[in-house]
Design a protein around this ligand. Sequence first.
Ligand SMILES: Nc1ncnc2c1ncn2[C@@H]1O[C@H](COP(=O)(O)OP(=O)(O)OP(=O)(O)O)[C@@H](O)[C@H]1O
Length: 580
Amino acid sequence: MIRQLRRVLGPEHQGQYTRFLVWATIYGVLQGLAVSLLVPIARNLADGDWSGAWRWIGVLAVAVVCCGIAHYIQAMRAFGVALVVLRTMHLNIGDHLVTLPIGWFAGKTGSVAQIASKGTMAAGGAAAHLMTPVVIGIAAPASVTVSMFFFDWRIGLALLIAAPLIALAARAAAGLIARSEHAAHEAAAESSERVIEFARCQPVLRAFGRTSDAGYPPLTEAITTQQKVARRTMIESVLGLALNGVAIQLVFTALVVLAAALALGGDLTGIDLLALLGVATRFVQPVSEIGEFGGALRQIRGELTRIQNIMDTQPLPEPTRPATVTAPGQVELDHVGFGYEPGTPVLDDLTFTAPPHTMTALVGPSGSGKTTITRLIARFYDVDAGTVRVGGIDVRDQTTEDLMAQLALVFQDVYLFDDTLRENIRLGRPDASETEIDEAARLAGVTEIADRLPNGWDTRVGEAGAALSGGERQRVSVARAILKRTPIVLLDEATAALDPENERFVQRSLETLREHATLVVIAHKLSTVVNADQIIVLDEHGRIAEHGTHDDLLARGGRYAAFWLERSSTRGWRLEAAPS
Ligand SMILES: Nc1ncnc2c1ncn2[C@@H]1O[C@H](COP(=O)(O)OP(=O)(O)OP(=O)(O)O)[C@@H](O)[C@H]1O
């Protein structure tokens, strides 16, 4: 665990952590030494050697003062280390996360948040406060054992044998406790995920008449499993603690028996025996604490491993010498092949070019890979085969900053920050003037939203934009794109969110964006498709089935034409897979 912590902390803070461990060790050694001094003091008192006794009492006083000083220093260092661990972990994790491919975050936001908050807090506390009793639990008994060799080698030898026995029992107990607590942790995480799901899916569940938790089997199952695991955890934890306690009692009894035997044999005096019993008690207590904290330490090791796994994830490779854009506003996919999972291709040998200042409509059945194409253009993932070029340059030869400077993304899962409408639009270009923000808002129809809201432009939009409808969120996102004034805009036309008002604004925004940008649109509306300069029709295998303008494709009389005839009269037109 110490090695893991040092890795997570990075080279600049390793020295500070080492110094804390050294002080904790000094404190433990001094504790052991102070306790061991009871034996010579007792011996001298028994022999009536007062001057010898005072000498040892003096040594004891010095040891106690040093012990107090060491305690203070190590406590202060522990506090400092806890703060450094917390701060450094947050910074290191944050710095690393921004270098990871955006695709890596898919389905991981919950666990990343958990690791970055709970994981780092636990690791910060453990690095300092849990490590202290563990280090003392090793250093103090070790110092008692060494000291005992000076007073009676047989007692020293007995302690030397006893220490690893107690440590082994403590380790076994900690393993038992940690294993059951790990299972409890997993079961608790599953339950809370199901509760969140249950809350989020209320509209669907109610629509299907599932109005109680009994009507939602995954939640019921998760809670039942959690109860079973909690029972097992309790039994195993008690067993673990009992094992630890029994081992300590056995060792303690063996030490008492040995000391008593030596006393009976005349090798030790009664006073010696009493002093040794005191020493044995102080020997056993810190070792037993390792057992108590061992389970917690193992859990922390799990958190550290999860943090380390994030840190070990390879960042998106960035070029050392970024290339300069040669064809501003152009998007090209050149024999692109891609799959999220190995062996499951999503896009296959896809080639098309979206020339500058044109609109390309992507259409195709659900799951044909339209969204995936936009993700590859924005380099959320790297292609498996072929090349994606933006501005004439392979996206892998551009820095994220250079690539994103050319792109504005208007996706369905628009994220709005819990800030005012105006600040959410400003995100598109933080240095934009108020007039430019107003103009972008007017074009995208956000002004109408502001007029309706109680505090107008100063209304906060709630967590993730919860105070707005899906269509309204998309209008804010379009306003951001207009404000950003990038040469390329990737837009996913929301299907569900497009009521007539939203549709009118989105169409108007498309016209505005089209004046200065290349548009690649996942098109669901007839008007968008008809107005596009080119239509890319994907088949269900992620290949291009047809490619051309609306008129070309109609004249060709193929898949597009068939669906056009079938669906053109239907509102919410959408291209579906051809019946085979
Ligand atoms: N993050 C992901 N991990 C694994 N598979 C994914 C992921 N995202 C999408 N897929 C899969 O890739 C395929 C293409 O998905 P994509 O979202 O690109 O299709 P689409 O044409 O945009 O569909 P729709 O019109 O329904 O939005 C689907 O089979 C989908 O299940």
